[in-house]
Design a protein around this ligand. Structure first.
Ligand code: 5GP
Length: 204
């Protein structure tokens, strides 16, 4: 589990060129291809620091502690919440998710670009703290296409798929919150557009 550490020497170090890092937020309804796009983006921009969220949900097959998430208990999550340890947090499908405030402050102050993969609720909170952040919403081409993707993925029951589609509609209705919207019809096109966007903001 990750805890807030004492401020490291890093924290006091200003970036040499005085540039604060750029904060990128990627959000998408489940099944819109965000995980794949996020991974591809990280490969293209090795200097982009991925913020590993904490979650109270159990790990899925293949997920690694500290790589995909920090898996924490509800008690630990709530203790850190009381101490102001989360820059943002949200409850998604009955589980808590949070972004470490200390990680974010330190990385941006040191001039590093950071990528957050968070939902719409979290984006609203981050926008209050970091109004200049670059928000990107990944859209499926249509609700029907999303339904087909979720069905073909074969990981969810029809009830869970129905729930995900309801949330997808709700999230898609809030896409106006985001500075950029990328439609993921063909993965290669969506990745090319995302790459252009991140590069345009100086991503390295
Ligand atoms: P999953 O459990 O499928 O990995 O993620 C479920 C949802 O939670 C996704 O929409 C993902 O973007 C969102 N999520 C993951 N980490 C965070 C976080 O730290 N904060 C917020 N607000 N949402 C998160």
């Amino acid at each position: 589990m990750k805890t807030d550490h004492k401020p490291s020497a890093h924290r006091e170090v200003s970036p040499l060129d005085g540039r604060r890092g750029t904060l990128f937020i990627l959000s998408a309804p489940s099944g819109a291809g965000k995980t794949t796009l996020c991974q591809a983006l990280r490969e293209r921009f090795p200097a982009l620091k991925y913020s590993v969220s904490a979650t109270t949900r159990p790990p899925r097959k293949g997920e690694r502690e500290g790589v995909d998430y920090f898996f924490v208990s509800r008690d630990t999550f709530c203790e850190r919440l009381e101490k102001g340890g989360w820059a943002e947090w949200a409850e998604v499908y009955g589980n808590f998710y949070g972004t470490s405030a200390a990680f974010l402050d330190r990385a941006l102050a040191a001039g590093e670009d950071v990528l957050l993969d968070i939902d719409v609720q979290g984006t609203r909170q981050i926008l209050r703290l970091y109004p200049d952040c670059v928000t990107i919403f990944i859209m499926p081409p249509s609700i029907d296409a999303l339904r087909r993707r979720l069905e073909n993925r074969g990981t969810d029951s029809p009830e869970v798929i129905a729930k995900r589609l309801v949330s997808a509609r709700e999230e898609m209705a809030q896409k106006g919150l985001y500075r950029h919207v990328v439609v993921n019809d063909r993965l290669s096109d969506a990745l090319a557009e995302l790459t252009r966007l991140v590069a345009a903001y100086g991503g390295r």
